[in-house]
Design a protein around this ligand. Structure first.
Ligand SMILES: Nc1ncnc2c1ncn2[C@@H]1O[C@H](COP(=O)(O)OP(=O)(O)O)[C@@H](O)[C@H]1O
Ligand SMILES: [Mg+2]
Length: 150
């Protein structure tokens, strides 16, 4: 587990961007944090680091969005929009994401569906208006090297 302090949006984006060097096809990044904590900013920073050209915003109404302009196909899921376990299964996320980098916002809402091998990212606002960001590698992710704390 590694803890980072992000004083502003750009720091969250660059932390996420620096993670791009450590991710590849089949990787799952599970984002957890309250509304407005910075999950979408984190997803956008990672996408940017992977060379995705489009601006990554909240997938909101579509639940899942795919981007193919980067080094690796990138899938962004917003589990907040998923109404049920069955609906999540219908998205066929795991099959579709096999050769992609997959980022899931509100991953705690689909906790039982998450693979053992993943990077958990917990974002929480701190007292000074910044964010505490905890990277928690699970399973084989433990063997990876993660960015140094800022
Ligand atoms: N250190 C920070 N990291 C990320 N976002 C921040 C930070 N400080 C302030 N913000 C603001 O918080 C909001 C985060 O929004 P967003 O990424 O959409 O959150 P979420 O997807 O978790 O609901 C943005 O308005 C952003 O400018
Ligand atoms: Mg969001």
């Amino acid at each position: 587990m590694t803890t980072y302090i992000s004083a502003e949006e750009s720091e969250t984006r660059s932390l996420a961007g620096s993670l791009a060097a450590a991710v590849g096809p089949g990787d799952v990044i599970a984002l957890v944090g309250e509304l407005g904590s910075g999950k979408t900013r984190f997803a956008a920073g990672l996408a940017c680091g992977l060379g995705v050209e489009e601006v990554v915003s909240s997938p909101s109404f579509v639940m899942m969005r795919e981007y193919h302009s980067g080094l690796v196909p990138f899938i962004h899921v917003d589990a907040y929009r998923v109404r049920s376990h069955l609906e999540f299964e219908d998205l066929d996320v795991w099959e579709r994401a096999r050769d992609c980098v997959l980022v899931i916002e509100w991953a705690d809402l689909v906790a039982m569906d998450l693979p053992e091998d993943r990077l958990d990212v917990l974002i929480s606002p701190d007292d000074s208006g910044g964010r505490t960001i905890v990277l928690e590698p699970r399973g084989t992710w433990r063997n990876r090297s993660l960015p140094d704390p800022i």
